[in-house]
Design a protein. Sequence first.
Length: 367
Amino acid sequence: MARCLELARRAEGRTAPNPMVGCVIVAPSGEVIAEGYHRRAGAPHAEAEALAQLDGRAPGCTMYVNLEPCRHRRKRRTVPCAPAVAEAGIARLVVGMGDPIRSHAGGAAWLARQGVSVTRGVLRADCRDLNRGFITRARKGRPWFALKAAMTLDGKVATRTGDSQWITGPQARAHGHGLRDRLDAMLVGIGTVLADDPRLTARGARDARDPVRVVVDSRLRTPLDARLLPANTSSPARTIIAASERAPRTRERRLADAGAEVWRVGAGPRVDLEALAQRLAAAELNTVLVEGGAELHAAFVAADLADELLLYVAPMVLGGRGRDSGLGWLGGAGVERLADATRFSFRGDSESLGEDRLLRLRRRNWR
């Protein structure tokens, strides 16, 4: 099963709206005779890719797969796998987890009724962790949101004069940039666009796959010459600008002419983040990297949409109090009582990146 997960991760960031799936077929002798993984939506599923190496025949063999074989088509992109598994003569099926989409679930149970020996729940926690975005979209109707920030030991992302380049070293910055290649979309606030004019690309990463770009811009202040707009970049990735209903219609037309998709989400003065989350799920996005800034991070925490924190911490302290203390990574007024705090759990895979440290935290009991 660990090998299935390893194979599945090869397509990280490329399978949405589908899950990441790897498959290993083992002969009765114990020899691995075929492997496969789902490469992208519309491509063969992992089971089909592995069985194709055996001409669809694997009598008496054991199949390992991190997600139970589907019994129904996913939007008619591919044929269901469970019948092919039965027809191949697979004697035993080992699955990590069931399908969280109820209308697609039941493949393992169906195979058991066909006489296949089924073992469930092997490395289940790891299998669920791999497809946390897919599970969240299936169960909550929204993507998995990971908030990313680079900060000092005292939680600052810039000095009181706005100096922020660079708090973390080159290894941490390269690692953070590489995250864009592994998630389906990245999201920033209008403050980041106005201050940094980012491209929001995954340049330098494998296959140069750029994520969908999302800007939270309630009043449609994104400049027409912004580098993230399709008219100003060679990147084929979609650019979505989320605005409130009160934003000027003339600005919407101009941004649309520059290649952006303008979504109006929220009747008030600000974008409704929960409504935006639902729209992003409807756009078939499983995972979204939220790069800030501070006010946007705070808004996601306040809306109970922060599923994961990816905090790059540099071994330095800026110090100061109040307005003299620099800009914190999390804006907003904060809570008044500890009982109202948003709580996360540290993961065991935090790592050193040069002189810096990456801390990974997850929402408690997300599973």
